[in-house]
Design a protein around this ligand. Structure first.
Ligand SMILES: [Zn+2]
Ligand SMILES: [Zn+2]
Length: 270
């Protein structure tokens, strides 16, 4: 099976490798296509996002490399769009919608962080109540569907990235599951495609991809489509956890994953 990965980061944002290094590595490791998804500029997170000028260079370099390697691999230009970042959305083949920062009043509070920092956010902003934190998260992530241009829901349950290390992030709580499934059902109607994202496995946070298997199973019943990605920040992790994730996706009832091919998402049997 030839792989595709639409969620990848380069030195234009917080990735380790250049666009070209990623493309060459992908060609040599079983990929027939790759899409880049640089982080949209966020004034509240300048270190991990593309600059405004850098975004224009990124788009043109992706297009130049796509034509340079056109006879060997398909290269797509995408964007990982933060919910609250207001950027120009022209010139992309696809957009992954993502949510990494609560907007609380005029403050942006990140939760894509290490366990102690996430616990600090829960303690100081949500009175120590995991369910209040989860309620805020899922009430906002559905707004990705209101933007109108988002093709793929990125790492749907990022809020529990540290669930293996933090007992307070208890994903078995019925109220937690209700918040998650209500949001998943709404986004199934408004966006329709979710990624199964292995990024936290590569970075040692989780043993399973996003989203949790109970959510993947529900996505099947909601009629959602899945893509497989690794949220790659280091070319060596381009296919991290892909084989195991395909088995997991199958065990949740899916018989195919979806791929981008010349502007259309098409099914690929698994
Ligand atoms: Zn992300
Ligand atoms: Zn990402």
């Amino acid at each position: 099976m030839m792989y595709q990965n639409l969620h990848t980061h380069s030195t234009y944002c917080d990735g380790k490798d250049s666009l070209e290094e990623m493309i060459v590595y992908a060609m040599e490791h079983g990929f027939d296509s790759i899409g880049f998804s640089g982080h949209s500029y966020m004034h509240f997170s300048p270190k991990s996002t593309m600059t405004i000028a850098g975004t224009e260079s990124y788009k043109s370099e992706v297009r130049e490399l796509a034509s340079k390697y056109a006879d060997r691999i398909k290269v797509y230009c995408g964007l990982e769009l933060e919910l609250n970042s207001e950027v120009d959305l022209d010139g992309y083949d696809y957009i992954i919608g993502a949510y990494h920062y609560f907007k609380l009043g005029n403050e942006y509070v990140g939760f894509d962080r290490k366990a102690a920092e996430v616990q600090h956010v829960i303690d100081t902003r949500f009175g120590g109540d995991f369910l209040e934190y989860a309620k805020e998260y899922y009430a906002n992530i559905v707004k990705l569907g209101e933007i109108g241009v988002v093709d793929i829901v990125g790492h749907f349950d990022l809020l529990v990235k540290n669930c293996d290390a933090l007992a307070s992030l208890d994903c078995s709580l019925p109220a937690y599951r209700r918040y998650a499934l209500e949001a998943a059902e709404e986004l199934s109607h408004t966006v329709g495609i979710f990624e199964v994202n292995t990024g936290a496995i590569a970075r040692g946070y989780r043993r399973t991809p996003y989203p949790d298997p109970f959510i993947i199973k529900a996505l099947k019943t909601f009629g959602s489509r899945l893509i497989l990605s690794s949220d790659c920040h280091d070319k060596h992790n381009l296919a991290c956890g892909f084989e195991e994730s395909i088995e997991l996706i199958k065990s949740c009832g899916f018989k195919e994953i979806w791929r981008l091919e010349d502007g259309q998402f098409v099914p690929q049997p698994i």
